[in-house]
Design a protein around this ligand. Structure first.
Ligand SMILES: NC(=O)c1ccc[n+]([C@@H]2O[C@H](COP(=O)([O-])OP(=O)(O)OC[C@H]3O[C@@H](n4cnc5c(N)ncnc54)[C@H](O)[C@@H]3O)[C@@H](O)[C@H]2O)c1
Length: 387
């Protein structure tokens, strides 16, 4: 029976708690930690957990914890994850992996050193429409992918950035590109691989209590000549999040929508019914995954621990997503066409380098310690309805 600790018991922690509780025969939550221990106590009461509660995660380092979920703000992901890896624990860390590439490298080095699992949350991969889209892309039925469109559309009120750690380069580490679009950038890179170059611009158009961007647009070139576009936003009403791929043979997307064209004698299109049926049939025959969202990712990590198989989302994958995001910041702040990879001598490789070279849009003037209501939403189910 694996012993589990959760560090940071704020808004996202219930997703982890519910995930572990789904697998009671495989693991047991034994400790909760928060710098506001009353928040950990409230979660223990809410979920009926008989657990140790601590204020400082270091008190858990010499316990017999096997697996840790790090659910704190981004600026402390790296030190906490590294300390637990070095103490011999497996670690699941919330997104973004960290807010600096240097820290990602240090986390991956700690995982290598300890031989323990490091998995970075990207729970949207564990949703049926995403898994199935990836499978159809991998099947090659759509042909060479020519264009990728990522609409990471979210909406957050002005007071969202009042929470003490949000909206600052120092503690949140970035704006909507880092903390919201991270999900869709992870999915894009999983499906398409890394672009070779990127151009971008960003702005803060509606949240003058945040230093960071609330809107960014990136254009991408892939090594095979395909192009892509990623819009990251917290100003889009309706939060219509989607990934659309235009292949040589078909248009595919999450939420699932299939379109095909074949040419008429004059070059104009008509629907390619045969191709349509072939791809739709392939999609319809794909099996559902047993668990979705955070529970799906926790299941994936437990399965890896039990069988020695690799996790779907490791620290290398988490780092690659952060590299893309740092590329957006570099391109937007310098006007440069960014080439990947970003190497250790890049000004956007370290925390300090990002803080020195980025744009501070506004001063954060108001700050609250905690919101009374911690209920949050975590984005689309990619089923095509309203989020
Ligand atoms: N995967 C998702 O869909 C999703 C959604 C929301 C948030 N998140 C991520 O989860 C993380 C937490 O976000 P949240 O919305 O739950 O924030 P939150 O502020 O509601 O919760 C974070 C908790 O961590 C505690 N904390 C801060 N520093 C700590 C430390 N050093 N040791 C122990 N506890 C500490 C805070 O007191 C707070 O209770 C962030 O990285 C965020 O990006 C992920």
């Amino acid at each position: 029976m694996l012993k589990v600790a959760i560090i940071g018991t704020g808004a996202i922690s219930p997703e982890h708690i519910n995930g572990y509780l789904e697998f009671k025969e495989r693991c047991q939550i034994v400790a909760l930690c928060d710098i506001y221990p009353e928040k950990a106590e409230a979660k223990a009461r809410q979920f009926g957990l008989d657990v140790t509660i601590v204020k400082d995660y270091k008190e858990l380092l010499d316990g017999d914890i096997d697996l840790v979920s790090v659910c704190t703000p981004p600026y402390v992901h790296a030190p906490i994850a590294i300390d637990f890896l070095d103490a011999g624990c497996h670690v699941i860390v919330e997104k973004p992996m960290s807010a600096s590439l240097k820290e990602c490298d240090e986390m991956n080095e700690a995982a290598r050193r300890s031989g323990k699992i490091l998995s970075v949350i990207a729970q949207n991969r564990f949703k049926n429409p995403m898994m199935k889209l990836k499978a159809v892309l991998d099947s090659g039925l759509a042909g060479k992918i020519l264009h990728a469109q990522v609409d990471s559309f979210w909406w957050r009120g002005h007071n969202y950035y009042d929470l003490w750690w949000r909206g600052t380069w120092e503690k949140e580490g970035g704006g909507c590109t880092l903390n919201h679009a991270v999900h869709h950038i992870d999915a894009l890179l999983w499906m398409m691989g890394r672009p070779s170059q990127l151009q971008a611009c960003m702005s803060n158009v509606a949240h003058d209590n945040a230093e960071v961007e609330d809107l960014s647009i990136a254009i991408l070139r892939f090594p095979d000549g395909a192009l892509g576009q990623v819009t990251s936003s917290v100003v889009h009403h309706g939060e219509e999040q989607q990934l659309i791929f235009q292949g040589m043979n078909a248009r595919l997307s999450a939420p699932w929508q299939l379109k095909t064209s074949v040419t008429l004698p004059n070059g104009f299109p008509r629907v390619d019914t045969e191709q349509n049926n072939r791809i739709q049939q392939y999609y319809d025959n794909l099996p559902d995954i047993p668990y979705e969202g955070h529970t799906g990712q926790i299941h994936n990590v437990l399965h890896a621990l039990e069988t020695g198989s690799p996790v779907l989302i490791d620290g290398i994958s988490g780092r690659r997503t952060l590299e893309f995001i740092m590329g957006v910041y570099k391109a937007a702040c310098t006007g440069a066409i960014v080439q990947f990879p970003l190497l250790p001598d890049d000004p956007f490789y370290t925390f300090e380098g990002v803080r020195k070279n980025t744009v501070y849009f506004n001063e954060k003037k108001s700050s609250v310690e905690n919101f009374e209501d911690q209920t949050i939403t975590t984005g689309s189910d990619y089923k095509g309805g309203v989020n």
